[in-house]
Design a protein around this ligand. Sequence first.
Ligand code: ZN
Length: 254
Amino acid sequence: MKYVRFLHNNEMKYGALEKNDLVVEFEKGYGSDSTPHRHKFKELKLLSPCQPSKIVAVGLNYSDHAKELNMALPSEPVLFIKPGTSVVGPGDNIIYPQSSKQLDYEAEIAAVIRKTCRRVSVENAPDYILGYTCFNDITARDLQNKDGQWTRAKSFDTFSPIGPWIVSGLDTANLKIELKLNGQVKQDSSTANLIFKIPMLVSFISQVMTLLPGDVVTTGTPAGVGPMNVGDTVEVTVEGIGTLKNIIKGELNA
Ligand code: ZN
């Protein structure tokens, strides 16, 4: 199933893609009853597929990225949080803040939480996941290095592009993950290189904090991280999901 959030007559709606490129509209959020309304998928303005109360992200979590940085594999996940206010959707602009001189992309696969999740086991974690989507963990690298703490570097408005939709029932063991900058491949890896797998991450995080429906757990980025400039087009593609595309805009001409 492909879940989408979209605008219709200036109202925000949740739905799912059916056959023949029609989207069935739900009464409320994902999991609520279907309405009789159907929309043509091609005509919809897609929004970020969820509105997380928080995004829980993971530092170094790809073996190829650890190798590239010459760093030892972590013994347990290092977590950080991005605020819900940093979220933008497919096609939205990423704003390059004036206070940064190095804005990096990070292609990631993210899990979206389906129901309230607290102290779940690794075995039961998949039952709490609605599905998977593409995520770009935009990072002001210079501010990250300068601050030590990551909050400022990771939390600017527009620093969490998510989408274009959520795919349920996906086997995430070995999916190709790729990032293109202005059409050039910069990151090319597989989720098989994840050090901590998605059910482990959801379980681990849920021992610390309650995850709410719509919350996002993003899983770290593979090798090939690098900088972007104003005017660049950045695309994250995850096999079985699709492509999340955004454009970098300057703060003044946003
Ligand atoms: Zn990241």
